[in-house]
Design a protein around this ligand. Structure first.
Ligand SMILES: NC(=O)c1ccc[n+]([C@@H]2O[C@H](COP(=O)([O-])OP(=O)(O)OC[C@H]3O[C@@H](n4cnc5c(N)ncnc54)[C@H](OP(=O)(O)O)[C@@H]3O)[C@@H](O)[C@H]2O)c1
Length: 281
């Protein structure tokens, strides 16, 4: 079985590389943005022609949520045109696409966890381009899994946990917002969930299960709670203040509530989901 992974130097890309040795039956090919630029259709075709993948995991994305507000064309190029290029090539080579999307497709006005059927309504450019990327995929090729996730962190790349650890080492006090509620996602847990989908499909190929799936860790918290746990686990003493989002204005408006309901991925693929604060690496 051949699996190619885009965005190899990103945090999910690196997390997949980290777990790849546990799957000796799979021939992985990891590509950085320099090797496989998803905005370049010819580049995508050449890579697929070389490797003839059974599955393509697209972790490549424009992920700078605030910067996207001032460069929407670039965000669109990567998150929409890039996703469309990949799915076109998947169709040409009969490859199954696993594409990663986000809780930021929702407006955050819900009061219970979002299911895959809930209506998206993004509040910013990043969320809109991710939603438009999903739609492009759905329109072009039915053999896809779109996995929506949230608040991804890991030992790799840039993420909230690493920012907190850096700031915590530099400062005595920090203020973190406590009115945005979601669920952190350990990138290695997400990588394992993707492998579970691939192995399940490979064992029993059925068109019945294609579509959208949510995956994050279990439970919910605010960014303040998340920061508090990070400092607690790492035994760092910081004067941590909870503040409202209005005291920390950002170019992109974020959903106030974006907890994802994981029932579907648990039922269909038997994915086990651990609590977000069980471990934090
Ligand atoms: N991080 C989160 O909290 C979060 C939350 C929800 C959903 N997601 C989604 O999860 C996925 C993985 O996120 P992540 O945290 O791993 O992001 P990341 O660390 O920012 O990695 C994204 C990767 O995409 C690559 N990339 C950018 N443009 C590309 C292009 N044109 N062609 C090929 N590769 C390109 C980047 O390469 P360069 O570094 O070389 O530019 C980078 O390695 C994304 O789809 C993201 O939208 C993330």
């Amino acid at each position: 079985m051949v699996v190619i992974v885009t965005g190899a130097s990103g945090q999910l890309g690196q997390s997949l590389q980290f777990i790849a040795p546990n799957y000796p039956e799979i021939e992985f090919h990891f590509y950085t943005s320099g090797e496989l630029n998803i905005t370049d259709l010819e580049n995508c075709k050449n890579i697929f022609a070389e490797t003839k993948p059974d599955f393509c995991i697209n972790t490549a994305a424009y992920t700078a949520v605030d910067k996207a507000e001032s460069e929407p064309e670039k965000a669109h190029l990567i998150n929409v045109t890039g996703a469309a290029n990949l799915v076109k090539v998947c169709k040409e080579f009969d490859t199954i696409l696993l594409h990663i999307s986000t809780d930021f497709v929702f407006d955050g006005k819900a009061s219970k966890p979002y299911t895959e059927e809930d209506l998206p309504n993004p509040t910013g450019v990043y969320g809109q381009t991710k939603l438009d990327g999903e739609k492009a995929i759905q329109k072009i090729w039915e053999k896809h899994f779109i996995i929506r996730t949230s608040w991804v962190y890991s030992q790799f790349g840039n993420n909230f946990m690493k920012t907190m650890l850096r700031l915590g080492a530099e400062r005595d006090s920090l203020s973190v917002v406590n009115d945005q509620i979601g669920t952190p996602t350990n990138a290695v847990d997400l990588a394992e969930a993707l492998m579970k989908i691939i192995l399940a499909y490979n064992l029993q190929p059925t068109t019945d299960n294609f579509g959208i799936f949510n995956f994050s860790n279990e439970g919910q918290c605010s960014w303040y709670d998340f920061a508090k746990k990070i400092f607690e686990i790492n035994k760092m003493e910081i004067d941590l203040q909870a503040i409202p989002s209005s005291s920390y204005p950002t170019p992109a408006k974020r959903p106030g509530y974006s907890v994802l309901d994981k029932s579907k991925i648990k039922e269909v693929f038997g994915v086990e989901v651990s609590l977000w604060d069980r471990k934090l690496i």
